[in-house]
Design a protein around this ligand. Structure first.
Ligand code: NAD
Length: 409
């Protein structure tokens, strides 16, 4: 998907063939073996990865995913998307991504700590605050980032907060990071609603995925008057035309670890959730949930891609035909609030000068508004899809930086 999207943007930007590989192929792709002692006395070796896509604009930046399906291809695609996302938001980073092929639910807390620390220890030769800065992704969280930071710091002999972002506030994290991605998604939905002259109090939303991103987006949409009529996670799915009680769902998920058992009465078929009539559809879970078939059946006015890569290239072709009906907020714009506030965390750590939450969120809205306006201008100027416009701005920025820096030696 990353390669096919890049090629269509490169066609539109008329990037010569000889320059495409330099823009697309990762600068570094690192594979490591991560051995740890398990609780049962056995030793186990896990496969870990880190891909650093390009180093043209500054250090690389990107999350670390602990999941059973992680491989070098998935990590590379996610690193490439991060590059276009950072460039679109105007951040001084190339994209990166890393991960370990592991089911975190099968590990004890001690095993997870050992795996996290050994992964960071193996990565020390390849990362650094001005080389590559890690962050959380699926299967990792603030605690894992605190272990990464502590491990790196122990080897340096001093505290190096700026080696990772997404840390707890007590360990050099920033106010506002936890809610940044979901709030950013909601902010861009409201910007889109203004353009479409939709009123929050007359609008409905369906949210797939009720983790960090989905739940904060749901809370903010509901707070501003949008009726949330459908929501799901990997265990269960609920739908109610009269509106779901989002705060009760968030509390329930926090207490029970998932939405399983929230209500028998409101249970709904998850396969039908995305195609229900609604004003705003927010896929906030996993990749490739909208294929060509689903895209043809969508009945939303705004598709806010909170997850990374929820829409396949085939679905994109369908959405392109339906451009006048469905307003797409493409993933690299929609969920960029996360990396923007990660960037703020890195800046604060480097300066050892910390901002309050309102300053963080005001600056976040400023960068999102700027990126949103630039995407809309490009769409109007060239009559292209929102995704092509967003990616073109990102790819163009990296291509121009490579061209002006030239090729060493
Ligand atoms: P998370 O692990 O906190 O939550 C994921 C949610 O998706 C969970 O509620 C899970 O139950 C649900 N889910 C998984 N499979 C599902 C399925 N088949 N159907 C319905 N729900 C399902 O993860 P997150 O941090 O909220 O990330 C969600 C997406 O947003 C991912 O694609 C991630 O890469 C992307 N993203 C996250 C951030 C961030 O700051 N957290 C930033 C940018 C992009």
């Amino acid at each position: 998907m990353a390669r096919s999207q890049f090629n269509s943007v490169a066609d539109y930007l008329q990037i010569p063939d000889g320059h495409r590989d330099r823009l697309l192929y990762p600068k570094r792709a690192i594979t490591i073996s991560v051995p740890i002692n398990m609780d049962n006395g056995e030793m186990a070796v896990f496969q870990g990865y880190r891909v650093q896509h390009h180093l043209t604009l500054g250090p690389t930046k990107g999350g670390t995913r602990f999941a059973p399906n992680v491989d070098i291809g998935e990590v590379s695609a996610l690193a490439i998307w991060m590059s276009w996302k950072c460039a679109l938001a105007g951040l001084p980073y190339g994209g990166a991504k890393g991960g370990i092929t592991v089911d975190v639910n099968s590990l004890s807390r001690r095993e997870l700590e050992a795996l996290s620390r050994r992964y960071m220890q193996e990565m020390i030769p390849f990362v650094g605050p001005h080389i590559d800065v890690m962050a959380p992704d699926m299967g990792t969280n603030e605690q894992v980032m605190a272990w990464f930071m502590d491990t790196y710091s122990m080897y340096q002999g001093r505290t190096v907060n700026e080696i990772v972002t997404g840390k707890p506030v007590s360990s050099g994290g920033t106010e506002g990071r936890r809610e940044a991605t979901g709030l950013g998604v909601a902010h861009l939905i409201f910007r889109s609603m203004e353009r479409l002259q939709l009123k929050p109090s007359d609008s409905t939303a369906v949210i797939q995925g009720f983790g960090n991103v989905g739940s904060f987006a749901a809370i903010e949409l509901a707070r501003q008057g949008v009726k949330i009529i459908g929501a799901s996670d990997h265990t269960s799915c609920y739908f109610d035309k009269r509106g779901l009680d989002v705060n009760a769902m968030v509390e329930y998920a926090a207490r029970n670890g998932s939405l399983k058992g929230f209500s028998n009465e409101l249970a709904f078929d998850p396969a039908q959730l995305l195609v229900q009539p609604c004003d705003i559809l927010v896929p906030a879970a996993i990749e490739r949930v909208i294929d060509a078939d689903v895209a043809a059946k969508l009945q939303c006015r705004i598709l806010a891609e909170a997850a990374n890569g929820p829409t396949t290239p085939d679905a994109d072709a369908v959405l392109d035909q339906r451009r006048k009906e469905i307003f797409v907020i493409p993933d690299i714009l929609c969920n960029s609030g996360g990396v923007i506030v990660s960037y703020f965390e890195w800046v604060q750590d480097l300066q050892q000068l910390f901002w309050g939450k309102s300053e963080v969120l005001t600056r976040l809205r400023g960068l999102l508004d700027d990126a949103f306006s630039r995407v809309m201008e490009r769409v109007e100027k060239d009559d292209i899809s929102h995704r092509t416009a967003a990616m073109a701005i990102g790819v163009d920025k990296v291509a121009k930086a490579k061209a002006t820096r030239g090729l060493f030696p």
